[in-house]
Design a protein around this ligand. Structure first.
Ligand code: SF4
Ligand code: SF4
Length: 70
């Protein structure tokens, strides 16, 4: 089933990916920061809803979503 891989060290928590995901599967990690001190997002898909559409990866200005597995 589809899934995405996020490089948390590149993420700046702009939330663009989360806003474009049709299934709303990308959430902000509220507890932790990366090495740059930025919050980062995580892929949360307990119900296996990801479409593998790659909209999230295409939209990330920092190319932090580096892989979409279909
Ligand atoms: S591949 Fe599509 S459905 Fe899956 S997390 Fe990205 S935008 Fe959402
Ligand atoms: S679009 Fe990229 S930088 Fe912005 S929150 Fe998503 S993964 Fe992080």
């Amino acid at each position: 089933m589809p899934e995405i891989k996020i490089d948390k060290e590149k993420c700046k928590s702009c939330m663009i990916c989360a806003s474009v995901c049709p299934k709303k599967l990308i959430k902000l990690n509220q507890k932790d920061t990366n090495h740059a001190g930025n919050k980062y997002v995580e892929f949360c898909d307990e119900k296996n809803e990801c479409l593998g559409c790659a909209l999230c990866a295409i939209s990330c200005p920092d190319m932090a979503i580096y892989e979409v597995l279909k």
